[in-house]
Design a binder for this molecule. Structure first.
Ligand code: 13P
Ligand code: SF4
Length: 317
């Protein structure tokens, strides 16, 4: 068995040799974020997957993210170091049940969060991420009625912001629904100067005490630009690695869960990816994300629609 520095130098060598890039989500461990070619939130990662010159994309994240990369770059080999890296939120919305939901609520535009399987994406009119959910919904004509899936917390957040006619699928993320309001308020009592920053997948009581709500990228930007110096962070703690890198002088306190085996709020799926698995995956070029052409074409349309709207929003800013 190699030690970590050996794995890292081998990964770097193989990346060059194979013209491969590593895309890592903010919830990955710090060592993985540090060897990645790009670290980002779901939106940034899909934008990067859609536009790069690599032959191989190794995705350090969860399966729906790697699938999104494959959908956007079907000609490339997309690798995921552990196929068990799923997502409780994506799992909460199964194709068969969602088809029935759509049938029971006809005539609505289907907006799905990127945290879904390719099958759900293929059933959707447009995809959104936590960074652009409000703008995507606002981009739809006001008379359009909406189905929003699968996260009920993000859905309610978007509903509140937009006031649109929305029916929301009842799914949640097991990490974000577990934050303890009581423990957060206790931390705030002990650190009155701290600002509470919250991912929109958190439940309403936690969102209600937030000083700022945003996607992982938005939370990172906030801690970088804000004048404060202490933050209670209610999202997966992997993001704190980047916060510390961007503003090392500030203090970041991970918000505790109500209950969890690790006593922390780590996403067990995200944390299945390790440096050793990345090494083995890049070496063997397995496991690889494989999807039928038909599914790729059907799922690509609503993702491309989101990317086009997001690109337009950036140009208009
Ligand atoms: P972001 O859209 O902020 O990357 O969040 C993805 C995610 O999985 C949140 O749990
Ligand atoms: Fe899925 Fe939640 Fe993990 Fe994000 S934190 S990947 S939504 S299970």
């Amino acid at each position: 068995m190699k030690n970590i520095p050996d794995y890292i130098s081998e990964i770097k060598r193989m990346k060059e040799e194979k013209n491969a890039i590593i895309l890592a989500h903010y919830y990955q461990t710090g060592d993985i974020q540090d060897i990645a070619d790009f670290v980002g939130d779901s939106l940034g990662l899909s934008q990067k997957a859609a536009s790069n010159n690599a032959d191989i994309i190794l995705f350090a994240g969860v399966r729906f993210m790697a699938e999104t990369a494959k959908i956007l770059a079907p000609g490339k080999k997309v690798l995921l170091p552990d196929m068990n890296a799923g997502c409780s939120l994506a799992d909460s919305c199964k194709g068969k049940d969602f088809k029935k939901f759509i049938k029971d609520n006809p005539g609505r535009t289907i907006v799905s969060y990127v945290n879904t399987t390719a099958e759900i994406k293929a059933l959707s009119d447009i995809i959104c991420t936590s960074s652009n959910a409000v703008s995507i919904v606002n981009s739809l004509p006001p008379e359009e009625k909406i189905i929003f899936a699968p996260d009920r917390n993000l859905g309610n957040y978007v509903l509140n912001k937009t006031g649109r006619d929305m029916i929301i699928w009842n799914g949640t993320c097991h990490v974000h629904e577990e934050f303890s309001l009581e423990a957060i308020l206790k931390l705030k009592d002990q650190n009155p100067e701290a600002k509470i920053i919250v991912h929109p997948e958190c439940e309403l009581p936690v969102r209600m005490v937030a000083d700022y709500i945003g996607s992982t990228a938005a939370l990172l930007k906030f801690t970088k630009e804000d004048k404060g110096n202490c933050y209670i962070v209610a999202t997966e703690p992997g993001i704190i690695h980047q916060m510390k890198k961007k503003s090392p002088e500030k203090v970041y306190i991970p918000a505790p869960p109500r209950d969890s085996t690790c006593g922390c709020s780590e996403c067990n799926f995200m944390k299945l990816i390790t440096i050793e698995k990345i090494y083995n995956c890049l070496k063997s070029e397995k496991p690889e994300i494989k999807m039928s052409k038909k599914l790729i074409i059907a799922a690509q349309k609503p993702i491309r629609r989101m990317l086009d709207i997001s690109a337009k929003m950036v140009t208009e800013k």
